[in-house]
Design a protein around this ligand. Structure first.
Ligand code: PGA
Length: 254
């Protein structure tokens, strides 16, 4: 597939996998995907498995991501993990503002923007998630919600930082539900997001930003989704927990 931007496919393992299970999955992906060069492949294990997955994927084409970080650099923030701690394990990406964190931890756009700035300060590339709920889509508020989230969560980034930021469009109604956005719905949302990025930064910057689709991505729908002009990769949850399905998503995307 000839894409203007290099595809980036990331597995969000969420709160799954013991260290032993994570190691088994990472080792198997390393073998399965060893020949894939056209895609940036990222795995995002829970914090507790970062060290072992980091060692297991050393010298491979699999890059490491985390699922969250603190907006603070150090100090009295019980239960939090800062960017410097992630860097110890060669983490390169960090998922920010996932809808589960927006919903359960009440993360706001302003907080996500602070975290994105903190990530960049440590040379970690944020994967900033945005997406509307079913009620918002049905009320025709999708564009308004996406615009608010994009502007709010990316506020204050420089153009150079924006180019090193990945945006993940994840319609909340498609996450873990088996309901994938149609290719037309995904393309329309991605084009809209790129338009907002163009206004917020400039057209040239917007053209360089990779926008992933997330929400029930599977081996069977990956190719069609990736063939859309503004879809530059995928953020995969459920199907990333098993080596075969994640590897097939990556392979079917190129
Ligand atoms: P899903 O999750 O692939 O299980 O729908 C996607 C995500 O939450 O990133």
């Amino acid at each position: 597939m000839n894409k203007p931007r290099k595809l980036i496919i990331a597995g969000n393992w969420k709160m799954n996998k013991t260290v032993a299970e994570a190691l088994a999955l990472a080792s198997s992906l390393k073998l399965d995907l060893a020949n894939v060069k056209e895609v940036d492949i990222v795995v995002c294990p829970p914090f507790t498995a970062l060290e072992s997955v980091s060692k297991a994927t050393l010298d491979s084409n699999i890059k490491l991501g985390a699922q969250n970080l603190s907006e603070h650099h150090f100090g009295a923030f019980t239960g939090e993990i800062c960017a410097g701690m992630l860097k110890e394990f060669s983490v390169r990406y960090v998922i920010l503002g996932h809808s589960e964190r927006r919903q359960y931890q009440k993360e706001s756009d302003a907080l996500i923007a602070k975290k994105a700035a903190t990530a960049h300060a440590a040379s970690l590339k944020p994967i900033v998630c945005v997406g509307e709920t079913l009620a918002e889509r049905e009320a025709n508020q999708m564009e308004q919600v996406l615009e608010t989230q994009v502007r709010g969560s990316l506020a204050g980034l420089t153009k150079e930082q924006m180019v090193e930021t990945v945006v993940a469009y994840e319609p909340v109604w498609a996450i873990g539900t088996g309901k994938t956005a149609s290719t037309e719905q995904a393309q329309a949302a991605h084009a809209f997001i790129r338009g907002v990025l163009g206004q917020l930064f400039d057209e040239a910057t917007a053209r360089k930003v990779r926008i992933q689709y997330g929400g029930s991505v599977k081996p069977a729908n990956a190719n069609e989704l990736m063939s859309q002009p503004d879809v530059d990769g995928a953020l995969v949850g459920g199907a990333a927990l098993e080596s075969r399905s994640f590897a097939d998503i990556v392979k079917n995307s190129v």
